[in-house]
Write a protein of this length. Structure first.
Lengths: 154, 633, 197
């Protein structure tokens, strides 16, 4: 997804210069730029007074942070129990095959990112996926593939 | 109405006293016409994804178009989740309580013309009894709702969670007023203790006792005490807390404010999963409104009591649902747990005494205060009082959120409320307690759903996920699924969890590939014990549970995998083949078109065949077939 | 002083001691990997587990963090304790097969081979985190950290570049119980001639 440009200093000033602001800041940066660059991380550390290692440990520990730019389209397939029972792993394998990437990766042309999520809590819609923040209830592989084809043609 | 009143409040019209809160409630109620038709459109996550915003928009337009007179203009209200997610989008018409299911935007004009103007139901939108096919028009008569006891969910689906006035009209913050006028902090703790409330997050620790320990620790150590609401609901297949935060956020806030008063605490935290954006949005709106009205923040209700709450969004780590990992995460670090030899009530957040309860626990507090401990502890069974909310999912007809008194038989939830397994066969097992829980077989369907009985059955209450499995679900596969889940979610700090879960999963892999032997099964038990005994936190400590319970109740199924290289449920990829039933195949060619291997052949309108050698068993043919012609053997 | 028992021996300890400290004071052996006097305990390796019996219940705890308590009985080598240690060591043999120290320790428990598959025959690190803790707590520079989570976790520097914070003191190499840090030192401090000192 293309994001509007946000000035990094504006983000940093949103949160007080305390160590406990670290996750808030990284979340805001991730939301604004789709990833966390080394430069952004250094600015954060200077603002809140923690070593770069701590920010790096946090950024690589939590699933929602990315150190590389994410693709234009983000596909997240739910692998909660209900979705698992209703065939979600088959959907993931087929997407892996089609896109040539594993979950957590982005295609080389920066078009698609594929991720899995451990339960969206929308089990009545199982198997469920989220494409560019839009829920796809009762996802089937053919349905998702049609959606991907539509994105390409757009 | 709400908007203008809210603006007034924001202009300094804080509620200055308990009497003023009561006056406001009376005022709101006096302005409501109980006969006015209200269309309630469910905006829970399930209905939203199924298109309910389009439904509410279309209804709004249809009402405007119909040209009602202002006096009788029907209202539209969007609410949190009604629970019956598999039937969404849902529309309920008050005051009668007419229940419409799977409503589409195109139905809006008919609903307005037929129901609101003529007063007749739209037959095709009514719920029908699955057996008799007779329509059941009223929400409260539908079996899914009829057998529930909705105490915690009472306001969800009734109030607009983004309008505090609606909550106040429904009795919100009454318990807080009662607390501040009639109870000392000590008395609040006594009431909670006497109610028998146990933590709804999984472990079932008595809430009142936890609070009392924190007060003692505070007196001993001095300094602040913190209060935390755990909304990091990570168990797959569980969405109770999400629904409460989305649909009745004020109940959580009110519970926390009462708790803060009892504990002498001024700062609270709500830690919410990043995957729950609507819950976060509704909590923020609720907190802003509560602050503007003087129910949260400085000088609450003019009593001089100060308490505020901060929201921390999770960043995608299941382990942060563990209390010490959650504290570490709030402190701004990677969420690794620490040993709890000194309890959190003594050394929690920033090393200070901290009370952590989960969302549902906090939401129980106001009703306990309002109705009293004796009213509350009559619900449920002696050692597990009150109700419990469960998310009923998997192979069950009525997928959704249910609330029942503790202690009712498991089978009643699945069969009476859930309407049983599609197709009418008995369920195979119910998985409770998420990755820390276990599978309870059909033979134990009379087991009472309470903390102690479920633990005795080898599973646990957990936070309330209930996943129904039928004969097409393989227990080896399900056990493997949970290990895989935990393998990805282990923080990696301690060795038994980081290394052991992977190794257990690898052992199960060999079973599901037909390569295991009986010795492996015994070894697996030894490793399971080492992980239980050796792990740092409950994530690792309980990780073997799904394996242990499935081996306990379904050992034969494991043995069939090991000795006969067969998966009776037809799930384990390496032990199955797909074929097409020539009786059922219509030759529509959909499977052949979708097959990534192009290994399905056949003429149009003639039965197709799958070439077994090239088939990669991806299952896409089975998913795409509309005639159930693709089968597994 | 508090009084309690370790195996069959009466032991005395100061109230702020851990079970491990009390045991070492008395010369009772409990194996450890991630423990070092110079830094705070972490509870990662779990080799120092012991079984504590108090009244009519017992539990397995880690001795490096479990506080001593009047009247308890601690078993350092019970069946449950041995089961935990043996499985950990067998898994470690496959995890860091290149570490002599792990092989020696495993041999003490009669384990020579591991049934588990080996991912990297050169691996020595078992992620005890002593290097990270000594760098942060003793040297005070935090040049290295754990990176990633769970099975993907490794010890490293931000963005896999030589650390500007590293003072090339070598403390991490000194505390490393498996010899793993020696092989990664260059990646942490960068080429020696380019270093500021």
């Amino acid at each position: 997804m293309i994001k509007e440009h946000v000035d990094i200093d504006d983000i940093i000033e949103r949160h007080p210069g305390k160590p406990e602001s670290l996750i808030f800041l990284l979340q805001d940066i991730q939301a604004a730029y789709n990833y966390i660059s080394p430069e952004a991380m250094t600015l954060v550390c200077d603002h809140i007074g923690v070593p770069l290692t701590q920010a790096y440990a946090v950024a690589t520990f939590y699933q929602s942070f990315s150190l590389e730019p994410k693709g234009e389209h983000e596909i997240r397939v739910c692998l909660g129990t209900a979705c698992h029972l209703k065939g979600a792993p088959r959907i993931v394998s087929e997407l892996e095959r089609r896109l040539g990437i594993k979950p957590g990766e982005t295609t080389k042309d920066l078009k698609y990112s594929l991720d899995t999520v451990n339960c969206l809590g929308a089990c009545a819609l199982a198997p469920v996926s989220v494409v560019d923040n839009e829920y796809q209830p009762n996802t089937t592989t053919p349905k998702l593939v049609r959606l991907l084809d539509k994105m390409v043609s757009e | 109405m709400a908007q203008s009143q809210l603006a007034e409040q924001e202009n300094g019209m804080r509620i200055q006293s308990i009497e003023a809160l009561d006056a406001l409630r009376q005022d709101i109620l006096a302005h409501q016409d109980p006969k006015r038709p209200i269309l309630i459109v469910c905006h829970g996550t399930g209905c939203l994804a199924n298109g309910s915003p389009k439904v509410s928009d279309a209804l709004r337009k249809a009402i405007a178009k119909a040209g009602f007179q202002a006096k009788v203009m029907p209202g539209i209200k969007t609410t949190g989740c009604h629970g019956f997610c598999s039937r969404g989008p849902l529309v309920i018409i008050k005051p009668a309580g007419l229940f419409y299911q799977q409503v589409k935007a195109g139905d809006a004009e008919e609903i307005v013309n037929t129901t609101l103007i003529k007063g007749d139901p739209v037959e095709r939108l009514l719920y029908r009894d699955p057996n008799t096919k007779e329509p059941i028009p009223l929400e409260k008569e539908i079996p899914f709702y009829k057998h529930q006891q909705r105490v915690i969910l009472r306001n969800i689906g009734k109030v607009d969670p983004t309008d505090i006035h609606d909550t106040i009209a429904a009795g919100g913050y009454q318990a807080l007023a009662k607390t501040l006028t009639t109870f000392s902090p000590e008395e609040v703790i006594s009431v909670v203790e006497k109610s028998g409330l146990r933590g709804r997050g999984g472990a079932g620790f008595p809430t009142g006792r936890k609070w009392r320990s924190a007060v003692a620790a505070k007196q001993k150590r001095g300094g602040p005490v913190y209060l935390v609401c755990n909304g990091d609901e990570g168990d797959p297949g569980a969405f109770m807390d999400r629904t409460i935060m989305e649909g009745d956020p004020h109940a959580v806030l009110e519970g926390m404010i009462i708790g803060a008063y009892a504990l002498g605490c001024n700062q609270g935290f709500i830690y919410v999963r990043a995957e729950y954006p609507i819950a976060i949005k509704h909590l923020i709106i609720a907190m802003d409104q509560a602050r503007a009205m003087g129910l949260l923040g400085q000088n609450i209700l003019g009593t001089g009591f100060n308490f505020d709450i901060q929201i921390n969004r999770g960043a995608g780590a299941f382990v942060c649902g563990e209390s010490t990992a959650l504290f570490t995460s709030i402190e701004g670090r990677a969420g690794e747990p620490r040993p709890k030899y000194v309890r959190s009530v003594e050394e929690g957040l920033w090393g200070k005494p901290t009370v952590l309860n989960n969302v549902e626990t906090w939401a129980n507090v106001p009703i306990i205060i309002e109705k009293g401990a004796d009213w509350y502890n009559q619900i449920g069974v002696p050692n597990s009082t009150g109700t419990k909310v469960f998310s009923l999912v998997g192979k069950v007809n009525n997928v959704g959120l249910v609330e029942v008194p503790m202690g009712i038989p498991l089978g009643k939830i699945v069969e009476k409320i859930g309407g049983g397994v599609p197709g009418g066969e008995p369920f195979k097992a119910v998985q409770t307690g998420g990755p820390s829980g276990g599978c309870i077989p059909y033979a134990l369907k009379e087991v009472a759903v309470d903390f102690d009985s479920l633990t005795k059955a080898g599973s646990m209450m957990g936070s309330g996920g209930m996943i129904v499995m039928d004969r097409r679900d393989c227990v080896v596969d399900v056990a493997r699924y949970f290990l895989k889940f935990l393998e990805e979610e282990s923080c990696g700090k301690c060795l038994p969890c980081r290394l052991g879960i992977t190794r257990m999963r690898e052992m199960l892999d060999t079973f599901s590939q037909g390569r295991g032997n009986k010795q492996d099964l015994d070894d697996l038990m030894g490793l399971a014990e080492a992980i239980q005994d050796g792990s740092l936190c409950a994530l690792g400590g309980s990780a073997p549970n799904p394996v242990l319970t499935t081996v306990k109740y379904f050992k034969d199924e494991y043995l069939v995998h090991i000795e006969q290289q067969r998966c009776p449920a037809g799930v384990c990829k390496d032990l199955i083949t797909y074929h097409i039933d020539s009786e059922k195949c219509t030759g529509c060619m959909v499977c052949a078109r979708n097959c990534p291997q192009k290994c399905i052949s056949g003429e149009r309108k003639n039965p197709h065949q799958i070439e077994a050698e090239t088939c990669i068993r991806c299952g896409i043919c089975m998913d795409s077939c509309k005639f159930e012609a693709v089968q597994v053997s | 002083m508090l009084k309690f028992k370790i195996n069959d021996q009466e032991v005395e300890a100061l109230p702020e001691w851990t079970v491990l400290e009390a045991a070492r004071e008395k010369g009772i052996h409990i194996p450890t990997l991630c423990y070092h006097e110079a830094v705070g305990p972490s509870g990662a390796c779990r080799l120092c587990v012991v079984e504590v019996v108090e009244g009519n219940w017992s539990k397995v705890v880690i001795s490096c963090m479990y506080p001593v308590k009047e009247g308890i009985t601690v078993f350092t080598d019970s069946a449950r304790v041995k089961n935990v240690r043996r499985w950990i060591l067998e898994m470690l043999l496959a995890e860091c097969p290149a570490s002599k120290e792990i092989q020696t320790l495993a041999a003490e428990y009669g384990i020579k081979n591991s049934r588990f598959s080996i991912k990297n025959p050169e691996e020595q690190c078992m992620l005890c985190g002593l290097c990270v803790r000594v760098c942060r707590e003793v040297v005070g520079v935090s040049a290295i950290t754990t990176v990633g989570r769970g099975v993907h976790k490794v010890i490293g520097t931000p963005f896999r570049k030589p650390s500007e914070a590293c003072v090339a003191c070598g403390s991490c190499v000194t505390v490393c119980p498996t010899g793993a840090m020696q092989t990664r030192l260059d990646a942490v401090r960068g080429p020696v001639d380019a270093h500021k000192s």
